[in-house]
Write a protein that binds this ligand. Structure first.
Ligand SMILES: Cc1cc2nc3c(=O)[nH]c(=O)nc-3n(C[C@H](O)[C@H](O)[C@H](O)COP(=O)(O)OP(=O)(O)OC[C@H]3O[C@@H](n4cnc5c(N)ncnc54)[C@H](O)[C@@H]3O)c2cc1C
Length: 277
């Protein structure tokens, strides 16, 4: 049976984020929390593959107890199980410590529900925004990593291969890899479904599986939480808002508008600047 694991993070809704002008840190209090935008693509892809080939979808997150709500949202979409990995000892984790715990969780999911074939992560989160956790988890699990995936073209469970399209800066790459793999999802991968009524009803009653440090007997305490996080944020600041002057250019016809625009760009020495690039 195929086993898909989707890694999710609960993040503040970026449309509601404000910065404390005194401390220059994000004000999280009172900001609604959502499942990270890119992670919902991973969950949707896992559910679609399960619908096509059978199997199970396990959704995992390391976070505070409030992250339980994010797991319930994925259960409402159609995931089978949600695992919350939470413990004060995990708090303060940077991407190195997070990828260590997430990889350990994937291994424990494999022990509990069967070998894992595909791990899904988002390309990046909306708050931390590093994009490091997915590749870090793949390295620790010692499996192929397919990053920036915009389409899953084919999954062949018999041959145990997957073919995906990766969107890179200078083009598109088609890659075929052997399972197990870790995929990091782009927004273009799919359009996450709305939860169905039966899904919502199940999620209301659903209690996620909760694992703490006690559930990982071989955990290296030096690799988790603050102790396992060498990243130091030495300074943070809010960039100054740029002054932008806007000017409307219009004419009687499209041709006249374009002529006026070119004239205006010429006056502003835009073409000279471009020639020097
Ligand atoms: C008690 C507790 C409190 C925490 N509080 C905070 C907090 O206040 N702020 C904060 O930003 N983080 C918090 N974390 C989580 C952790 O510190 C971050 O998840 C980590 O630093 C990820 O960095 P990033 O956002 O840059 O991820 P990226 O590298 O940008 O994430 C890429 C992808 O990796 C996966 N991923 C990332 N983080 C997790 C995760 N935690 N669990 C499962 N999959 C994940 C997702 O699929 C994501 O799309 C907390 C964790 C615990 C246990």
């Amino acid at each position: 049976m195929l086993h898909f694991v989707a890694c999710i993070k609960q993040v503040p809704d970026s449309r509601e984020i404000r910065i404390d002008p005194k401390t220059n840190t994000m004000i999280r209090l009172g900001v609604p929390a959502i499942v990270n935008y890119f992670d919902t693509r991973g969950v949707e892809a896992a559910i679609q593959l399960k619908e096509q080939f059978g199997g199970r979808v396990t959704v995992i997150t390391m976070g505070p107890p409030t992250a339980e709500q994010a797991l319930k949202e994925c259960i409402a979409m159609g995931a089978d199980e949600g695992v919350l990995v939470t413990d004060r000892a995990f708090a303060g984790a940077d991407t190195l410590a997070t990828s260590y715990v997430v990889a350990k969780t994937v291994e424990k999911c494999a022990e509990t529900w069967g070998p894992v074939d595909i791990v899904f992560c988002g390309k990046q989160t909306l708050d931390g925004d590093t994009g490091q956790v997915g590749p870090g988890v793949a390295c620790r699990l010692d499996c192929e990593q397919l990053t920036y995936v915009e389409d899953i073209e084919e999954l062949d469970p018999t041959q145990r291969t997957i073919t995906v399209r990766r969107h890179l800066e200078d083009g598109v790459q088609r890659v075929k890899a052997e399972l197990p793999v870790l995929i990091t999802a782009l927004a273009e991968l799919n359009q996450p479904r709305r939860a169905s009524l039966p899904g919502v009803l199940r999620s209301v009653r659903y209690k996620p599986v909760v694992w703490t440090t006690a559930d990982f007997p071989d955990l290296d305490r030096n690799k988790i939480g603050l102790r396992g996080s060498p990243t130091i944020v030495s300074k943070s600041w809010v960039p100054e808002a740029r002054q932008v002057n806007t000017e409307m250019i219009s004419g009687q016809t499209l041709g006249e508008t374009v002529d006026k625009l070119l004239e205006r760009l010429d006056e502003s020495h835009v073409f000279e600047a471009l020639n020097q690039v």
